[in-house]
Design a protein around this ligand. Structure first.
Ligand code: NOJ
Length: 539
């Protein structure tokens, strides 16, 4: 169960490093940056879609499932990068977009050509757009319906995302089989698993919201059986933006991991409100998950900071606090990167990571956030958080030698690549990069975070998020996180079990006074976080 202890890292091949100087990142470039990922302490990378695609949705619109987009290289280049990552002990999971294809995929080209085409039934067609009315529209800023009229055959086709992304019809056994065979194709190449895109939406049924249907779960179980029987060390990670209780079925005999979507915005609420309330609230609503499974925890990713799993009031509040410029809003979310969201305050960036790394689950970082990269809200859709990785202060941030890059590098006052780049930060021991690298290294020495029991503690102070991690045969760890911008005191009362122990903050190697009295009091700096390991005296 390697994934229980792993540090994950999401990257877009297109955005990471350009090896052939055409302005687009590629697999040759990625192969050259493997040492960097190893230095940071990454155990597994998640590669966003790199398949041939018209890029209407940045590759989430696939036109050939068994190839690499020429812009990013060849299958050989992919294999070479995979081998290079494996050689440094880094696993690789790849994005698998099964709910829909591109409208340029030959299957859809055939499907729309005529009503009697053999591929007709590979997609979801209807004579009217009155079906499945209860299914919500996801890209609310660009779409008003999940149906698009196609003039060739005078019928509507179904799509949960852009109209250029027609949904496959999973009621068709050929579609189901094709997707399983495609999985084998990549697993045989040696990948370590899949991040499976948009899993709640595979099937449609009248009278439902077309999410999390029984039929969808049945198919996902088949997927799991294939992986676990034929490739037992490989994993499946679910992208299902749902409430924790609705995610449980996905973790029972379907996926090894699932993103914990609702946790993410609440971490941002916590640090803005200086209060642990919302974080504790969502943890209380998170049921236990099967022992072989793991949450995947994140702060940011390639999409907008999604606010689907919050109340209406919370969403308005998040927009007011974190999206002061209307251009920052997108659909039900905020299209900004981590460092700008946190006003480039290293204390808050490190605090949220220290919480993320210590909560039950495996953390995933988004490329560039480890150096505090900025965003560009003038770019289309979610492109503003997908700009080239900033390697150094040379032309194009060292990302590419081309005259122009697929998106402009960030060069604004606050976040210019001239200042914010890997080389500068590697050379500065006080940089964000080094601080995060250190947190990662400490976490990797402490399997208690990936595997231990979890319990919220009362610190007698709402500004402090306190919790305990326990794992057999190891010293427990108490995490104290000050969510406010003032110094705070934690007053722990539930310390009977720890009497006589000697706490040490493993992040800084600093001993604290022994636990002899109740409450046990600890002072915390503004936005400070301690990982207190409670050593028994003499141990
Ligand atoms: C979720 C992906 O994260 C997002 O980027 C994409 O647009 C949709 N699924 C559709 O594939």
């Amino acid at each position: 169960m390697w994934y229980k202890d792993a540090i994950f890292y999401e990257l877009n091949v297109r955005a990471f490093a350009d090896g052939n100087g055409d302005g687009h990142g590629d697999f040759i470039g990625l192969s050259q940056k493997v040492d960097y990922l190893a230095e940071l302490g990454v155990d597994c990378v998640w590669l966003m879609p790199f398949y041939p695609s018209p890029l209407r949705d940045d590759g989430y619109d696939i036109s050939d499932y068994r190839n690499v987009a020429p812009l990013y290289g060849t299958l050989e280049d992919f294999k070479h990068a995979l081998d290079a990552l494996h050689a440094r002990g880094i696993r690789v999971i790849i994005d698998f977009v099964i709910n829909h294809t591109s409208d340029q995929h030959p299957w859809f080209v055939e499907s729309r050509a005529s009503k009697d085409n053999p591929k007709r039934d590979w997609y979801v067609w209807s004579p009217t757009d009155f079906r499945y009315k209860e299914a919500r529209v996801i890209f609310v800023d660009s779409l008003s319906s999940n149906w698009t009229y196609d003039t060739t055959t005078e019928a509507y086709y179904w799509h949960r995302f852009y109209s250029e992304q027609p949904d496959l019809n999973f009621d068709n056994p050929e579609v189901r089989q094709e997707m399983l065979d495609t999985m084998r194709f990549w697993l045989d190449m040696g990948i370590d698993g899949f991040r499976v895109d948009a899993v709640p939406y595979l099937f449609e049924r009248e009278g439902t919201n077309c999410e999390n249907l029984r039929e969808t779960h049945e198919y996902l179980k088949e997927m799991r059986t294939l992986v676990k029987v034929e490739y037992p060390d490989c994993i499946l990670l679910a992208e299902a933006n749902q409430w924790p209780e609705d995610l449980i079925p996905y973790l029972e005999d379907e996926f090894d991991m699932a993103f914990h979507f609702p946790m993410m915005p609440r971490l941002f609420m916590g640090v803005r409100q200086g209060s642990n309330r919302e974080i504790i609230n969502i943890l209380e609503k998170t049921p236990p998950i099967p022992p072989h499974t793991q949450w995947c925890l994140f702060l940011r990713n390639h999409d907008e900071l999604t606010l689907e799993m919050v109340t209406h009031e919370q969403r308005e509040w998040m927009w007011q606090e974190y999206a002061p410029d209307p251009k920052m809003k997108l659909n039900l979310g905020i299209r900004r990167r981590l460092a700008p969201l946190l006003e480039n305050d290293p204390r808050r960036i490190l605090l949220l990571h220290a919480i993320l790394f210590a909560l039950p689950g495996s953390p995933i970082l988004y490329y560039g956030d480890e150096i505090g990269m900025g965003d560009n809200i003038d770019l289309f859709d979610r492109n503003g958080v997908r700009t080239p990785m900033q390697w150094d202060d040379s032309l194009n941030a060292g990302f590419s030698t081309a005259e122009t890059t697929y998106l402009p590098v960030i060069d604004d006052d606050g976040f210019s690549y001239r200042k914010v780049n890997v080389a500068t930060q590697q050379g500065n021991p006080d940089s964000l990069f080094h601080a995060l690298k250190h947190q990662i290294a400490v976490r990797k020495q402490a399997p208690i975070f990936g595997r231990g029991q979890f319990r919220v503690l009362d610190a007698g102070n709402e500004a402090i998020f306190a919790f305990e991690r326990r794992l057999e045969d190891t010293a427990p760890v108490v995490v104290l996180a000050n969510l406010s911008d003032h110094a705070q005191t934690a007053m722990l009362r539930e310390v009977n079990d720890y009497q006589g122990s000697q706490p040490k903050d493993i992040l800084t190697d600093t001993p604290y006074h022994p636990i002899n009295e109740t409450p046990y009091t600890v002072a915390l700096q503004p936005y400070g976080c301690l990982w207190l390991r409670l050593e028994q005296k003499g141990s």
